[in-house]
Design a protein around this ligand. Structure first.
Ligand code: AHM
Ligand code: MG
Length: 334
């Protein structure tokens, strides 16, 4: 029998070792903040797993058999994140997909980081037991700011960290603090995320495309022309289609196996569907850190200057060569 590893690299140990390496510049605040996110991921993971058993499935506002009001999983996930991030004492501004307005943290608990997040992305998949996830991005407030909305209305390239947790057959947390991308798997018996995917790098070319092709009739000409080119190649094999409809799962697969994920703007959804701040930015940040490209088709995603916290944008991301192939169509087909 194999003896257990006694030199486990947990998420906290790994992030701490990075901070120690950075020396005087690091205060440990980011480590503590990430620790709060890690705890929320464990809480959400455990509730996602037993959702059907404890009446977490269904619409918020519905009552269960005991006549108690149910809390939808995404509401619950939002609540735990807001509570844990506020209590960490390391945050100044919070933006959640679930909340219309940003939360400005009161002085007594204020820190210097801003967290933008989608607490439970892909939640329409919950009832079917399909993978869902939490997405987050982290900014540091400007030196002269006390924490204001302007601190998060900044290009994604200014984020200091981004990541996601995927709740699937295993629970995986994927994180970048600006020095590459690492993946950790939750060991439920230990209650710790263990480093299992060090230094994730996207293959330069993949064989998979991931689009909701049901929207083809609305897609702009460059997108349809590109899709045609990979389905009917003049030489070589056509690409395989994989689309889960859960961004975290579709991007996770793209980071590991390569290929291209796309949710473009189209004739119906003029700005696309995905949210810039807490969906597109964190995933674009991770993609670039893993050596890939993330674009709207006409612009690098991380260069966009957000005007509103909930704005949307067109997204294509993945392997360098695949995204460059797509971009050629944007140049050629107006
Ligand atoms: P949500 O934030 O309402 O869950 O929507 C975002 C999700 C993404 O996870 C996924 O990429 C996309 O919506 C799928 O949309 P569609 O069902 O239109 O293909
Ligand atoms: Mg979402």
């Amino acid at each position: 029998m194999e003896t257990p590893n006694t030199n486990l690299i947990t998420l906290t140990r790994h992030v701490l070792s990075d901070q120690i390496r950075l020396g005087a510049a690091a205060t440990g605040d980011l480590t503590l903040l990430l620790n709060a996110i890690e705890v929320t991921s464990k809480f959400i993971a455990t509730n996602v797993r037993k959702a059907r058993l404890i009446n977490l499935v269904g619409l918020a506002g519905e009552t269960n058999v005991q006549g108690e009001e149910q809390k939808k999983l995404d509401v619950l996930s939002n609540d735990i994140m807001v509570n844990a991030l506020r209590a960490s004492g390391k945050t100044a501004v919070l933006v959640s997909e679930e909340l219309e307005e940003a939360i400005i943290i009161e002085d007594a608990q204020k820190g210097k980081y801003c967290v933008v997040f989608d607490p439970l992305d892909g939640s329409s998949n919950i009832d079917a037991g399909v993978n869902i996830g939490t997405i987050f991005g982290i900014y540091k407030i400007s030196p002269d700011s006390k924490g204001a909305i302007e601190d998060v209305l900044r290009p994604g390239s200014e984020m200091v960290a981004a990541g996601y947790t995927m709740y699937g057959s295993s629970c995986n947390l994927v994180l970048s603090t600006g020095q590459g991308v690492n993946g950790y798997t939750l060991d439920a018996s230990l209650g710790e995320f263990i480093l299992t995917h060090p230094n994730i790098t996207i293959p330069t070319r993949g064989k998979i495309y991931s689009f909701n092709e049901g929207n083809s009739m609305y897609f702009h000409p460059p997108v349809n022309a590109y899709l045609k080119s990979i389905k009917y190649p003049t030489n070589g094999k056509p690409y395989s289609a994989r689309y889960i409809g859960s961004m975290v799962a579709d991007v996770h697969r793209t980071l590991l196996y390569g290929g291209i994920f796309g949710y473009p703007d189209d004739k119906k959804s003029k700005s696309g569907k995905l949210r810039l701040l807490y969906e597109a930015f964190p995933m674009a940040y991770l993609t670039e850190q893993a050596g890939g490209i993330a674009t709207t088709g006409t612009q690098r995603i991380l260069d966009i200057n957000p005007k509103h916290i909930h704005e949307r944008c067109s997204v294509f991301l993945g392997s360098r060569d695949d995204v460059q192939d797509l971009l050629k169509f944007y140049k050629d087909v107006p």
